[in-house]
Structure formats: C-alpha cells, structure tokens
Design a protein around this ligand. Structure first.
Ligand SMILES: Cc1ncc(COP(=O)(O)O)c(C=O)c1O
Length: 455
C-alpha cells in the first residue's frame, strides 16, 4: 500500500506504535487470519491466547446474537442474569477443589484487580486489616492497569509508570534457564519457593494479604514452567502464614497446557483463580475469578458486600459467548487433544535449535517460548536496542505466521532489562498438519532473522 492509501487505512486510530505500519486484519476462519490485502497468516498465537476453539464458530455467534436480542445488559449491583448464573455453575465444576464461586469481569486485568481487592477485603472483614501487602514475582505479567502493573514483574512494562505504582515486594520466579542464585536443580533446595517464605517474614507475616503468580509464565517469559516441587511448596508456605494464594490462569486456563487449569499439573488448589482469554474464545470480552467456598462464606457470615463494581462485569452477551465456547471446548475434548498433541508440538520446534541465536525452546501443552541469545554458551542476551524479538515477529509475518514477541526476562549490561523471546499459543484446535506448517513457517522466519542478525 502506498502513501495516501496507507494513511487512509490508518485513519485516526491511535495505534500503539506510531512508527509501525499495522497490517489491517480483515477476517478469520479456523486457525488462519487474513489481512485487508488478502495475505493469509497461520495464527500461531490464537489472537493472543484467546481463540482457543478457532475462528468462525457459528454456534457461538448465534448464541451471542440471541442473547443480545433478548437481554444485552444487566447491571451487577442490582440484577443477576441467567447466562452469568449458568456459566458460573459450569466454571465451578471445572475448576479444582472448592473454587465454587465465580465473579465475572470484561478481561484479565479487571479479573486480577478483583482478585487483589477480594483478598484484601477478605482479611478486613475477618478482623485483620493490617494484612495489606501483596507479594508477587519478577518476570511476570498480570495486566495493564496500575494495580496489576504494580504486582506485575516486567521491568520494561513498569518503567514509565514506576512513580505511580504501589510499592510491593517481588521475588524471582522458578526459572532454571536463568536461575538468579546460580543453582542447579534438584540440588538447589528449590530456593525460588523458599524465597516466598523469606519475603513473607521480611514483610511481617501478619501484614501479608496474598501472593499472586502465573502457574506458567506467559508473555513476559515465554512458557517458563516451574520445577515440580514449586507449586505444592508455595501452597504450603501460604497456608502456614495465612496468606491467600492467587493463581493467574488468564493464559493457562481452559486447556492451554494440556490440563483444564495449569495448577492441575501439581494438584494445587489456589484460594482465588483468575481466568480470561480462552474462556470466551475471543468472541467477547470476558474474565473471571473463581473463589473458594470459605472466602465466599466469610462474606456471607459477616454480612459484607464486596466493595466493587465494573459496569460490564457479568455482561449477559459475554457470558452467552462463554457458555457456547465452553460447550465446544468440552464436546471436542480440547484439553485431551492438547495433551495428546503436545509432544508433537514440542518436537516440531526442536529443529529451530539449529539457529545460532536460539538459546532455549520450552513448551507445555500448546504453549511455547523460544528464547534468543547472542551467545549460547554464556546465555548472554542481545542488547535491547537490537530489538530482536520485534524483528522475529516481523520475520514471522513475512513468512505467513503470527508469533508474539516478549522482552525483559534477562539482565543486560549495567543491570538493564534485556532478553528476547517469541511465544506461541496456537488455537487448541491445531491439527498435526498445522503443527507441521508451523514448524516450516518458523524455520523460514528464523532463516530471515538469521540473515538480518548476521551473527
Ligand atoms: C497472565 C496474564 N494475566 C493478566 C493479563 C491481562 O489480561 P487482559 O489483557 O485481558 O486485561 C494477561 C494478558 O495478557 C496475562 O497474560
């Protein structure tokens, strides 16, 4: 597209990066998306981890249209509504343990905000108002609002807003490829988990309200899964100190890792489980928090109302979309499908290690992170100004595949945040032929990147 056409296509939309030309996405079907110029891309990130059941599902569209015609809206502090009630019941049966109560939002950041506020109010109504500290982790992402950025651990995403953020403690994640203690599993004593105990003691155990973490780090780190002992140890440490455990499953929930929820890998039941993205398959904005029975009971016993409302929380059309998506997801046994095809998905990425800039390839289910390094021996990251992850994304688009760039999981010269990955979160409906196509297109993209980096 040339000069005036290009400007016309952009219009007055305030896109994130004014220096970049954004391809205009026009339509989608199955696991593919097309831009306005007719170029087809294999969507290896399912939008951004949302389009779990693939695009073009007529039954979801029909359910939404029907609900919009019948009742498009109901305000949550005066009314309830049938799709929200039904979806809460479905989710209550899917989530582990007694995570039986569900509160809806319009997305992941809002749901994390709700979880943080619920944790705080729970302690207040139980007579422990001094519990006000939330502990979280570096190399993590929990959302874009100031509250969620405060507990988030991406130094790059926080940088501009740092003066506005809450001052909360962060601990390192379980990340063996870049262990901050320089230790090796399993002789390390799982220091990444015992560090939570140290952080709680440093803050004063009677002052800590909650600990929040992604069971498997998504966008900021690229499928960083923890060692097996990690989550059970974290659960035990939280219990010992009366600290609520919040699992952020916005990316990992609804089958992404080959289990319904990622905490199921380790048999851990968090006190609050946050979800979003795949729950509505990208058809409508939807997030939620699943809440354990004793927390709900405390509100009931104390006659306390949750001090909170979002205008679009529990929206009937979003809930109808969620119900239809969960129907498809269950009927097509997509969690089991991911568990079955996960090894093939991982195997298709292994050949990419032949490129000199590929430092690590990690996967869990249909979730992958490919970490780029300038030096494989020392795991030295590229300098941030080389913008390697962004270049990989562009190379991917040229090769007809959508990938998601991430930065900041490593330390560069002078302690500056550095490190590059691309993440993959394909639709859970990916078939073996799509996996083969993904491997070939990524090889093409990496060959282009290789020529550009010229190591
Ligand atoms: C783990 C995690 N939590 C929360 C969020 C925020 O969700 P949203 O962008 O829907 O507000 C995201 C978004 O990518 C996420 O990856």
């Amino acid at each position: 597209m040339t000069g005036p056409n290009r400007r016309a296509a952009r219009g007055h939309l305030f896109t994130l990066d004014p220096s970049r030309e954004y391809p205009v996405l026009d339509r989608a079907e199955g696991v593919y998306v097309w831009d306005a110029e007719g170029r087809r891309y294999l969507d290896a990130i399912a939008g951004i981890g949302v389009a779990t059941i693939g695009y073009g599902r007529r039954e979801v569209v029909d359910a939404m249209a029907e609900q919009a015609a019948r009742l498009p809206y109901a305000v949550g502090n005066i009314f309830s509504n049938a799709p929200a009630i039904r979806l809460a019941e479905r989710i209550g049966t899917l989530t582990p343990g007694d995570l039986d109560w569900v509160h809806f939002t319009s997305g992941g950041s809002e749901a994390v905000e709700v979880a943080l506020k619920l944790a705080r109010q729970y302690h207040v109504i139980r007579g422990a108002p001094e519990r006000q500290v939330i502990i979280s982790r570096w190399t993590s992402y929990h959302g874009a609002t100031l509250g969620t950025l405060s507990v988030g651990g991406s130094k790059l995403r926080r940088r501009v807003y740092e003066p506005l953020l809450l001052d909360t403690p962060h601990i390192p994640p379980s990340y063996c490829y870049r262990c901050p203690w320089g230790l090796t599993y399993p002789s390390c004593g799982i220091t990444c988990a015992t560090e939570l105990d140290a952080a709680i003691r440093a803050a004063g155990p009677e002052r800590v309200a909650a600990f929040i973490a992604e069971p498997v780090v998504a966008s900021v780190g690229g499928a960083i899964w923890p060692v097996d002992e990690y989550w059970p140890m974290i659960r035990e440490i939280c219990d010992r100190h009366g600290v609520l455990l919040i699992a952020d499953e916005v990316v990992t929930g609804f089958g992404r890792t080959g289990r319904d929820f990622a905490v199921d890998h380790w048999g851990v039941v968090p006190d609050l489980l946050v979800m979003g993205k795949g729950m509505s398959g990208g058809y409508a904005p939807l997030g939620a928090v699943a809440i354990r029975a004793p927390i709900r009971a405390a509100f009931e016993e104390q006659g306390a109302a949750f001090e909170h409302i979002f205008t679009f929380g529990g929206n009937p059309v979003s809930a109808a979309a969620g119900l239809a998506v969960v129907d498809v997801w269950e009927r097509e046994r997509l969690t089991e499908h991911v568990a079955e095809l996960g090894p093939g998905f991982a195997a298709a990425l292994e050949p990419l290690r032949r490129f000199p800039f590929v430092g690590d390839v990690r996967t869990l289910g249909f979730m992958a992170g490919i970490e780029f390094v300038e030096d494989r021996e020392t795991r030295r990251p590229f300098p941030p100004e080389a913008r390697v992850a962004a270049k990989a994304r562009e190379a991917g688009l040229q090769a007809g595949i959508v990938t998601y760039p991430g930065t900041g999981m490593a330390e560069g010269p002078g302690g500056r945040p550095a490190g590059d990955i691309i993440s993959l979160y394909p639709p859970l409906t990916f078939q073996p032929s799509h996996i083969v196509e993904m491997g070939a297109r990524l090889a093409d993209a990496f060959a282009r990147l290789d020529r550009e980096l010229d190591l």
